[in-house]
Design a protein around this ligand. Structure first.
Ligand code: A3P
Ligand code: MG
Ligand code: MG
Ligand code: MG
Length: 343
């Protein structure tokens, strides 16, 4: 890799106050998640939709929203979690609440139960096409987190339906996908019109520019979900063949997929609805990651080539699936998808 030049590095402060607040909040939450993942506080439960949520999801949402509120209390938050499961005297709720408090206190001893539960529940905004709001996924890839694989703390700032700031904390991601010895704990921040930057989660004040890469077909690498319910692996294999993409395929949980495309380690992220799926993608699963790829010079659309529409409430109800790429392979992939999905 080329040595850093003056133009390829910058300070977090140069991206402005909102970026500073967002990055510091994500870094803090990432730390708490790692404390839970590697310590004694892990506990998970199943939500109504049968998906898992853990002590760390709740603690991370509390930490991020508390910090964002201190930055600007007037900006509402669309967050994935709420505190219902932590309230009341039932044994599971009490146990979970105590562990969430311990997780938060590993970083912030000043927050009491009311502050923590209140912060989590402040993430109840419904979103929409006008005004500003944060979209927060306190842990994206909870299943990956529980497997000790990839997960991300993901945050986006949406302004009149457009993502203007995106931040990802990927505590279990190494700097180089092909080097298992490389440094672990990667952060990313993108500001609309100002580029995409990477940083080490241990030092978020110093940023290095991140850009997509465009290798020959033999080296174009696909990334996709580990979970077969979240994407069709069969269809992605068909798309690769039809679009002449010949590199390897890497399965990885969470918006870390956007991060590796944005930094040039992978070149295409496909999220392809399975036949008959009625799943609407959640805005917090994509807001942060999408801007990372776009500002790194890539392209992000749905499977029909339409831009993702973040102004429709909590879901991307106007979109189907996601294609994020280095830009160069995008049109061929969309054309191949049109052939496959017309049937
Ligand atoms: N049937 C489905 N299709 C697509 N995405 C789904 C899904 N069911 C759950 N998800 C989403 O997939 C996300 C994880 O994506 P990935 O497979 O890329 O790791 C989950 O985020 P959480 O882990 O934050 O709940 C969840 O929102
Ligand atoms: Mg979830
Ligand atoms: Mg998610
Ligand atoms: Mg989540």
């Amino acid at each position: 890799m080329a040595a850093a030049t003056k133009t390829s590095t910058t300070s977090l402060a140069a991206l402005g106050d909102a970026a500073v607040a967002a990055v510091r909040a994500v870094v803090a939450a990432s730390r708490v998640c790692e404390t839970v993942r590697t310590g004694e506080l892990m506990q998970s439960m199943s939500k109504d939709d049968k998906s898992p949520v853990t002590v760390a999801d709740f603690a991370a949402q509390a930490i991020v929203i508390h910090e964002l509120h201190a930055f600007d209390a007037s900006i509402p938050v669309v967050g994935e979690e709420d505190a219902d499961a932590l309230r009341g005297d039932a044994e599971e709720a009490t146990q979970l609440r105590q562990k969430v408090m311990s997780a938060v206190h590993s970083l912030r001893t000043d927050l009491d139960e009311a502050a923590v539960l209140g912060a989590i529940d402040r993430g109840n905004y419904e979103g929409g096409a006008s005004g500003r709001f944060w979209a927060l996924d306190p842990i994206d890839g909870t299943k990956g987190f529980l497997r000790n694989d990839q997960y991300a703390v993901a945050l986006g700032l949406v302004e009149d339906g457009q993502v203007v700031l995106g931040v990802l904390g990927c505590p279990n991601l190494r700097e180089d996908l092909d080097n298992p010895e490389s440094v672990r704990g990667c952060g990313y921040v993108a500001k609309r019109g100002e580029g995409c930057f990477k940083f080490n989660l241990d030092n978020c004040e110093s940023l290095t520019k991140a850009t997509v890469t465009s290798p020959p077909a033999e080296e174009v690498r696909l990334v996709e979900s580990v979970e077969t319910k979240h994407t069709s692996h069969d269809t992605s294999a068909q798309i690769k063949a039809a679009a002449n993409i010949k590199g390897d395929s890497v399965r990885m949980d969470s918006q870390a997929k956007y991060a590796v495309v944005g930094r040039g380690d992978a070149h295409l992220y496909l999220r392809l609805p399975r036949a008959g799926s009625t799943h609407e993608e959640k805005i917090w699963d994509h807001a942060g990651g999408m801007l990372i790829v776009e500002e790194a010079g890539g392209r992000v659309t749905d499977i029909h080539g339409k831009p993702l529409d973040f102004g429709q409430g909590q879901t991307l109800k106007n979109n189907t699936g996601v294609v994020a790429s280095n830009g160069v392979v995008h049109d061929a992939v969309i054309a191949a998808l049109a052939e496959i999905y017309k049937n």
